[in-house]
Design a protein around this ligand. Structure first.
Ligand SMILES: [Zn+2]
Length: 402
């Protein structure tokens, strides 16, 4: 399996120039290659292939000698990246989804370049780019030996290297092939209901993971700083400074959020063999557009981390259809509307339970594929995953179960 390891790097001034040159040239190449595909399509109705564009890199180097200062793999990587953007576009079109045609990249939207091979498999040794030299430097072709902070050891076999800018910080991200390290089985399975406030998630075991405070505080700060930026004049020095401050804030929030997601995921997987969650897109769609964009980021990243860690630990993470998870009674299968902010009070069996715990229990049961009723018989699931209503018991059971 693949795992990413990111390290901060500290370029000198000349090295910084080299890095920026790499960003500029790769962005220019991306946009030019995109233009070529657009033109070709307009003129002939067929697109240029990645293979053809890779082939013309030789000519690019002849016409523009500055491109010779960029490693061939980096240039090929740009073409691959564009090709992926097109593949994604065509796939979405085919699937009938909303699909934006690949766009030209502005300076603000271009902050990394890639070396597609850092390990020589035939010799089982470093291929070149990103090779550690001495104890605290890595070799970047045409840039130099850049200082790096190895805050944790690189593990497994490195495959690719991405050099990334984040505000004024730079990072080297190695993607490595690592052996999974299975955790011992616990026999535990859990359903989780993802939320925003006050809880980030609630489990079917009745555990509450509150949304951390810094999260909300930082988001308020971000909004304030965003307003500062929009008040400043375009192109002015004040605006530049404000934008830099905003980027720093964003990075801080991002890192804090990521840490929190890692910790939360680790805890869930240590205690459980299987984690069931709601499929995200459907849940997010039920929210307003604004909250959706905020939430997608948080939930999507958390689930990515959860899936990644699970693969590494030999655990399972399963998405279920979120239909009716908040309306079904986890005790008897009765379906009813629940007023916002109130606990779930079942009109059929009398069960009173925290609404999010109720939802998490439903997610757990749907994930297992059977929805047990109070009489222990189990209700079969309908095709879309919700309880088949026709099989609901006619009489409410006498006992409430939690
Ligand atoms: Zn009930």
């Amino acid at each position: 399996m693949l795992k990413a390891f990111a390290y901060r790097i500290y370029p000198t001034k000349p090295q910084l120039k080299g890095l920026e040159e790499h960003l500029n040239r790769t962005r220019e190449l991306y946009n030019a290659a995109l233009q070529e595909r657009r033109d070709a399509y307009k003129k002939t109705g067929r697109s240029v292939t990645a293979f053809e564009q890779m082939g013309s890199l030789v000519e690019v180097k002849e016409g523009r000698p500055e491109y010779r200062r960029i490693h061939a793999h980096v240039l090929q990587g740009v073409i691959t990246q564009l090709d992926r953007a097109f593949q994604g576009f065509f796939r979405r079109v085919k699937a009938g989804e909303k699909a934006g045609y690949p766009r030209f990249k502005s300076k603000d939207r271009w902050d990394s370049f890639h070396f597609k091979q850092v390990w020589d498999n035939s010799r089982d040794n470093w291929f070149g780019p990103g090779k550690p030299v001495g104890s605290n430097r890595i070799r970047l072709p045409n840039i130099g030996d850049v200082r790096i902070k190895w805050h944790r050891p690189l593990a497994g076999r490195p495959k690719t290297l991405t050099i990334k800018r984040d505000g004024e910080h730079w990072y080297a991200v190695y993607v490595c092939e690592v052996e999974p390290q299975p955790l011992p089985a616990t026999g535990g399975e859990v359903g989780i209901d993802l939320g925003v406030n006050p809880n980030f998630l609630v489990t079917s075991d009745g555990e509450f993971v509150p949304a951390p405070h810094y999260y909300r505080k930082a988001e308020a700060k971000l909004r304030r700083q965003q307003r500062v930026v929009s008040r400043r004049k375009r192109g002015g020095g004040g605006r530049k400074k404000a934008v830099a401050a905003l980027k720093r804030l964003h990075r801080k929030v991002r890192n804090q959020r990521k840490d929190f997601h890692h910790k939360t995921a680790r805890k869930l997987l240590e205690a459980n063999d299987v984690v069931y969650h709601e499929n995200l897109s459907a849940k997010a769609m039920s929210r307003s557009r604004l909250s959706k964009s905020i939430l997608d980021m948080g939930w999507g990243q958390f689930l990515n981390i959860l899936y990644g860690k699970a693969a590494e630990a030999g655990r399972r993470v399963v998405g279920v259809n979120p239909a009716y998870t908040s309306q079904i009674c986890s005790g008897c299968g009765h379906v009813q509307k629940v007023p916002i902010g109130k606990p779930y009070e079942c009109g059929a069996c009398g069960l009173v339970i925290h609404r999010d715990v109720n939802a998490a229990l439903n997610i757990l049961r749907m994930g297992r594929g059977v929805y047990p009723s109070a009489d222990g018989q189990g209700l079969p699931l309908g095709e879309s995953g919700e309880v088949a209503h026709a099989r609901r018991p006619q009489k409410p059971p006498a006992l409430a179960v939690g």
